[in-house]
Write a protein that binds this ligand. Structure first.
Ligand code: ADP
Length: 178
């Protein structure tokens, strides 16, 4: 039987079970990745068979770091996670998810304003493809205020950001603003 998604055969004496792998896409700008994003990636990696961290190429935004740089930054920040892939995409997230045989969109929730935006996006995506489920992970308390924009704002004015982003990202940001 063709299930349309990657499968894994697990032998438990008998009978043979076919387990459907659950692939989650974690889409975002990640400009740059913060410890808040990393926390969601690490927790997602425990919940799903594979997590694809997908950097959105948005031509209407002028990011701090190029898409290629952001991909490398995320890879450098996640060597300890074996079921993570980092990629980029353009266009509709659901189309990308389909092309990667993913059934879950992973998103993080911080404050109430995130909820409104995220709920609208989740409902919209469901109307585009009902094969996708959005799964929200609540932020860890200490990262509830943390966003890429906050990090950039602090760094721009010469503040310390070592406690907000992985070490390699802090180096890149300090270099950028020096
Ligand atoms: P986008 O431009 O799509 O919002 P972001 O890179 O800002 O991309 O965020 C990607 C996802 O990560 C979003 O679901 C966002 O809510 C979540 N996220 C960002 N920062 C945090 C954080 N500190 N804690 C939990 N989730 C977060």
């Amino acid at each position: 039987m063709h299930l349309g998604r990657p499968t894994e055969t697990i032998s438990l004496r008998s009978p043979i079970l076919i387990k459907q792998l659950v692939i989650a896409i974690y889409p975002g700008s990640f400009d740059p990745i913060t410890l808040g994003h990393l926390d969601i990636i690490e927790r997602g990696a425990k919940l799903f068979d594979q997590v694809i961290v997908a950097v959105l190429c948005n031509p209407s935004k002028s990011p701090l770091f190029s898409v290629e740089k952001r991909i490398n930054q995320i890879r450098e920040s996640t060597p300890h996670l074996k079921n993570i892939e980092v990629d980029s995409f353009t266009g509709l997230t659901v189309e990308y998810a389909k092309s990667r045989q993913a059934s879950v969109l992973l998103r993080g929730l911080r404050v109430l304003s995130d909820f409104e935006k995220e709920l609208q996006m989740a409902h919209t995506n469901q109307t585009l493809w009902d094969g996708i489920e959005t799964v929200f992970l609540a932020t860890t308390k200490e990262y509830s205020f943390l966003s890429s924009s906050i990090v950039k704002e602090i760094a721009q004015f010469g503040g310390t950001i070592d406690h907000l982003v992985p070490e390699n990202i802090a180096r890149d940001i300090y270099t950028y603003y020096s």
